[in-house]
Design a binder for this molecule. Sequence first.
Ligand SMILES: Nc1ncnc2c1ncn2[C@@H]1O[C@H](COP(=O)(O)OP(=O)(O)OP(=O)(O)O)[C@@H](O)[C@H]1O
Ligand SMILES: [Mg+2]
Length: 401
Amino acid sequence: MISDKQKKILAFGYSDYDAVICDGAVRSGKTSIMAVAFVDWAMREFSGVRFGICGKTIESCVKNIIIPFISMSYAKRRYKLKWRRSDRVLEVWSGRVKNTFEVFGGKDESSFALIQGRTLAGLMLDEVVLMPQSFVMQAIARCSVEGTKIWFSCNPESPQHWFYKEWILKHEERNALYLHFSMEDNPSLSKETIKRYKSLYTGAFYQRYIEGKWTVAEGLVYDLPSGAVTDEIPSGGEYYISCDYGTMNPFSAGLWCVSSDTAVRISEYYYDGRAQKRQLTDLDYYDALVRLAADKPVRCVIIDPSASSFIALIRQKGQFRVKKADNDVLSGIRRTASYLQTEKIKIHSGCENAIREFGLYRWDCTAACDKVIKENDHAMDDIRYFCSTVMTKRLKHTPLD
Ligand SMILES: Nc1ncnc2c1ncn2[C@@H]1O[C@H](COP(=O)(O)OP(=O)(O)OP(=O)(O)O)[C@@H](O)[C@H]1O
Ligand SMILES: [Mg+2]
């Protein structure tokens, strides 16, 4: 079954509009139907030409668009498909008609260089708000074939975002069809699933990802629910240390115990060289990590990827494995917020510095798009590294991952 809103995406391919913009809630049925409508339109209107399919990164585009599309029985029944992974190209045949769909990642430098040399007959930009404006403008400029159409989809961001100002507000003058989606527009979601997604978000994230509104992120970044602070220390599990390195700025590290799908920050180390009027050396910090581990079998230290001298020292000492953290700030904040909200991560009440920073860490509401104020963010960063690097591998339920 296809919802009425989804039928409008299918009908766009037959319309006089030059572009379609689908925005709104997570899991509302935008990407999946857009991929079908895009390929059907391309195969109906053209032959022997090239199209672009863009995601935030090549990897996310393959995972979220290409693999689901080539696995779909509708697509397999209708077309002959060949996915050439190494070239990142999907070839599609329908009788004598053949077209090529090339995958690009808006945030991948290699894609930016590659797309400059292409001539495209159409473009699908999924998660367009996560791409740099320069990439999107370049990609659109490549669409020079007569009859081209551009297909955009995204979840809302700040109303200051370039895509909101340049495309959504100006959709009429750009001859674009604007379709706004809510979870009810996806006929495959049960009431229980919708309820579960609603429980994942609070604040600006709830307004954007559930209500589908373009809202400014303001006030505190995290709303620490009382259930996420605990007095209990698990009796056992897997141990990790997450670490945000600083010499003049504070240094923060947390010891985590993970059992099944829940993690507790059981203790922490925090040192503010400026406040103490004394800088510590890497060796001092290393000794602090050893004391924090307190003979627990730590699986690895997840650390700020820019802390090269300290990473080298930990490796040289040989006691701990080191892993450089995924440092994508905004997706890390989104994950951390939903893990706190669903109590997948908890903070022991003795972790005073983390709890203090939760009460201070704020959005910069004067910025043109989502940006945090870089203050009181040291424990916040080490917690985010832990969530993005360890917990996302264990928990697959955050829709935007
Ligand atoms: N009409 C439908 N029938 C069956 N399944 C559907 C239908 N529409 C969407 N789905 C399924 O629902 C899930 C979410 O859909 P989709 O990925 O298209 O949503 P989205 O709006 O792009 O979400 P996000 O904003 O999180 O990227 C997918 O697994 C998709 O296959
Ligand atoms: Mg999508």
